[in-house]
Design a binder for this molecule. Structure first.
Ligand code: PMP
Length: 305
């Protein structure tokens, strides 16, 4: 994967190619880490990178670390500062994706979080589309279930939990679908492998509540706010599998995929083109993340690169 030259690693900015860890690293063996994913949108005219909801992303990152119960040497302000410094140092001229990563860097045997201080790394890559935006997605309901809150809490972005996502995504891809939808152990709809899910029925925007084993997505929160501000009724509640098939519109949201509309689920057609509410939200979202909507400008941190 193409990446930018510099990364933050073990307390300083170095060449990414030198940011290496041992194969004995605990996080590599047991998935004992936390990560994030943050986008920066490049503006060619102003030569700036508009970093979207940077503080909210790092708040969730620190909250995941708190769930793990480990010590971590960086504050929110320090994480933001490291992030902005790295963006300037790499000086991108394209849309970029940042990957913060806190992990158990020791090489001790056993999946132990007791008395552990996490290490920290940050790198960045160029990123345009993560999922195709031109066409509607074809999804399948996975036979794998989302891991419950009392197993590995979905509201934390824990490395090891993504094996669950990878199982579901593989099953979907092996069967010719673009992406999977995971159900909870209770049979309710949760989300995609790395995206939140929304349905629209009779003009109402519906998405699973945070207590339905989902990641509390920043894009999800953004779209709920945009919808509310545009007088689109919003409900956060459990969604049944059959409601997916009955929906007028369905889309996935996430930092990576942004807003990706769904054409079909389990071969039942949802819509043949992007629906009116999805389309409205997507246009507004794209303008928002680029700092073009005055009332949401606080969400954009513009960095001269
Ligand atoms: N759910 C999961 C499981 C994810 O990995 C992601 C990507 N971070 C999302 C939802 C979307 O979250 P966000 O909008 O914060 O990127």
């Amino acid at each position: 994967m193409k990446s930018f030259k510099y990364a933050f690693f073990e307390g300083k900015v170095i060449d990414l190619e030198n940011a290496k860890i041992s194969i004995m690293t605990n996080a590599l063996q047991y998935g004992t880490g936390v990560f994030g994913g943050i986008r920066g949108y490049y503006d060619n005219e102003g030569k700036t990178l508009s970093i979207f909801r940077i503080r909210d992303h790092y708040k969730r990152f620190l909250s995941s670390i708190k769930l793990m119960g480990c010590a971590f040497p960086y504050t929110l302000d320090q994480l933001v500062e490291i992030h902005i410094d790295l963006a300037k140092k790499n000086s991108p001229t394209c849309n970029s994706y940042f990957r913060p990563f806190a992990y158990v860097g020791n090489t001790s045997l056993g999946p132990n979080l007791h008395n552990v201080t996490l290490d920290y790394a940050l790198y960045m890559i160029p990123l345009e589309e993560y999922m195709p935006l031109g066409k509607g997605l074809s999804l399948m309901v996975s036979s794998w279930r989302r891991i419950g809150d009392n197993s590995i809490p979905a509201r934390g972005k824990f490395c090891g939990a993504y094996l669950n996502s990878a199982f579901a995504r593989k099953e979907a891809n092996d069967n010719g679908f673009d992406e999977a939808i995971l159900l909870s152990e209770h049979g309710h709809v949760c989300e995609g492998s790395a995206e939140n899910l929304f349905i629209i029925r009779d003009g109402v925007l519906i998405t699973p509540a945070p207590s339905d084993d989902i990641l509390e997505g920043i894009t999800r929160r953004t779209l709920l706010q945009i919808a509310t501000d545009n007088d689109i009724p919003v409900i956060e509640r459990s969604i049944d599998r059959s409601e997916l098939y009955a929906a007028d519109e369905v889309f996935l949201s996430g930092t990576g995929c942004q807003l990706a509309w769904v054409h079909a689920i389990d071969r039942r057609i949802i819509s043949n083109e992007i629906g009116p509410i999805s389309s409205k939200l997507r246009d507004e979202y794209f303008a928002t993340v680029r700092g073009k909507v005055a009332k949401y400008n606080d969400w954009c941190t513009k960095v001269s690169v």
